[in-house]
Structure formats: C-alpha cells, structure tokens
Design a protein around this ligand. Structure first.
Ligand code: 5GP
Length: 197
C-alpha cells in the first residue's frame, strides 16, 4: 500500500536493529484517515471470505481493526493483555512472548465473543517473528472458529514470522513488508498488486 509505505519512509524511526517506531501515525498518535484507508484495503483483500468477526490484540492492533470491522460491518474483539476478574473457564487463554518488551504475557478473550459459528479475520499492527499472531490463532482454534486470514499493517519480512505462517497454509496479507532495516535504511519487499499471500 503506497500511502502507508510513504508514511513509513517519512515518519518511521529505526531503533536498534529490528524495531521500527511509527508513533506518529500508528503506535501513539493515530492518523484516522490512513487507518480508514488501511481498513478499506483489508476489505479489498479479505472482503469475500465471509468474515463475521475481526479479532486483534490490545493496544496497537485496535485502530486498524476498528476500521476493518467498520467497513466489513462486523464486530471487533480485542484480546486483553491485562488480568481480568472473569473466571478462567469463561475465557480462552494463550501466552505470548512480547517482541518489544521481551517478556511473556497472557492474552484472554471471553468465550462469548468468539464461537464456532465465527469466521475470523485477525488484524495486528506489526508482524515480527509471529508470536502475537500465533497466540491469536491459538485462541481462534480453541473457539472452534474458522480462520479467514491475517491482515497485518507492517510486516518485518526479514524476521520470517509471516513466511513461516504462509508455509503452514495461513493466509497472511501485509500492507507493507520491510525486507531490510540494515543501517537504518528501510527497504520494502516487492509484492504483487493483488496482495502477498
Ligand atoms: P511478533 O509477535 O510477531 O514477534 O511481534 C508482533 C507484535 O510485537 C505486535 O503486536 C507489535 O505490537 C509488536 N512489535 C513487533 N515489532 C515491532 C516494531 O518494530 N515496532 C512496534 N511498534 N511494535 C512491534
């Protein structure tokens, strides 16, 4: 998605070897116009898959997920990272190692919000080695729901998480795939017009 790639090039800051800060439009301040176009792009890529629910993970997945859900006219559910007071048998639980904070956390979704009747589109802001997405996929499987695919705003292709999932048959579509951030220079992977499944 050209507009997104332009925003990354103009506003993204490479931190260390493998972290990209895009706080000015996605991770702190949010650009609603860009998020709206991102949501519409996810609809173009996944709109024919019979999606009944968009599922993401707090916090930064919520903005793109809301717009995808808005344009698909389906509810948006976000997995919670904080401990809730809900009884454990009322929630699906998975464990995720955080890429940016380097610690493990528990994610939970109340069972009533994803059922075996659902066809789920997973959305997240970043895909690195794939742990967040695998945690969400685990929850979709526990619910007995159908996984329609995964829509990612920014994939760090050099960390291989997306390609590993694609090799396992999961439909992963990323709107920008970064192939290299060496020497703080961002280089995108060339992807076909219709998507990068
Ligand atoms: P993964 O679980 O695929 O290794 O990492 C993806 C998760 O970590 C995303 O939910 C995202 O919040 C966070 N993340 C990974 N890499 C980056 C990055 O370069 N920048 C930001 N802002 N978040 C990242």
């Amino acid at each position: 998605m050209e507009k997104l790639k332009q925003a990354i090039l103009e506003q993204g800051i490479v931190v260390g070897e493998d972290v990209l800060k895009v706080d000015s439009f996605l991770n702190h301040q949010i650009d609603p116009q860009l998020m709206s176009e991102i949501g519409q792009e996810f609809v173009r890529l996944f709109g024919d898959r019979g999606i009944t629910k968009v599922v993401t993970i707090e916090v930064s997945g919520i903005a793109p997920a809301i717009f995808a859900g808005f344009f698909l006219s389906v509810p948006v559910v976000f997995a919670k990272k904080s401990q809730s007071l809900t009884l454990d048998n009322d929630v699906y639980t998975s464990h995720v190692m955080s890429f940016t904070k380097r610690k493990e956390y528990r994610i939970t979704v109340e069972k009533k919000y994803i059922t075996d009747q659902d066809t789920v589109l997973l959305i997240d802001d970043f895909l690195a080695v794939g742990r967040a997405l695998n945690g969400l996929i685990d929850i979709v499987r526990q619910a007995g729901a159908k996984l329609a695919g995964c829509g990612i705003v920014i994939e760090k292709g050099f960390l291989r998480g997306g390609d590993l999932l694609r090799e396992q048959g999961v439909c992963v579509q990323s709107l920008a795939i970064i192939e290299s951030m060496a020497d703080r220079k961002i280089i995108f992977r060339e992807t076909p017009e219709g998507g990068n499944e």
